[in-house]
Design a protein around this ligand. Structure first.
Ligand code: RB5
Length: 151
């Protein structure tokens, strides 16, 4: 059974609580990295926990939520093996799997409703990477570009 990690800051907390039972109903094990209330917290504290668990192969994929999704996405993508995609609708959620082989789906909790959140997560989890022409593009993501500094 696949284990999915989920995390949120205070802005995404209520939507995280809504999504966790849906993931269980879908047959996933769920590892919840918090936060556990609407009290204000710092999203990097939660993003790094999920990213570390993914890099240590403790979770197969992840769901992350904050107000715009950007704080989570920016932080998660600091990790070499994370490909976090910001998904604000089903089509984008599908494309971050098909084209980018995203392993974490980030939701902008303050800009989508509960039903949209559920459909986005379902699309993300039920879509496979397309491969083909996208394979070398995804491989190139993890190669550090040569830094050229002109004096
Ligand atoms: C919290 O107010 C908000 O800044 C945070 O959830 C997120 O949108 C940051 O990117």
């Amino acid at each position: 059974m696949k284990t999915i990690g989920i995390t949120a800051d205070h802005a995404g907390y209520e939507m995280k609580e809504l999504l966790r039972p849906m993931l269980l109903e879908m047959g996933y094990n769920v590892r919840d990295f918090g936060t556990n209330s609407t009290a204000s917290v710092d999203y990097p504290d939660f993003a790094h926990q999920l990213a570390n668990a993914l890099e240590m192969k403790q979770v197969k994929a992840g769901i992350a939520l904050c107000g715009t999704g950007n704080g989570m996405a920016i932080t998660l993508n600091k990790h070499q093996h994370v490909r976090a995609g910001l998904a604000w609708n089903v089509q984008v959620a599908t494309l971050i799997r098909l084209h980018n082989d995203a392993n974490i789906c980030v939701l902008p909790a303050r800009f989508i409703d509960e039903n949209e959140a559920k459909e986005i997560v379902k699309a993300f989890l039920e879509t496979e990477f397309e491969g083909g022409r996208h394979t070398c593009r995804v491989e190139k993501i993890s190669i550090n570009g040569e830094l050229k500094v002109e004096n």
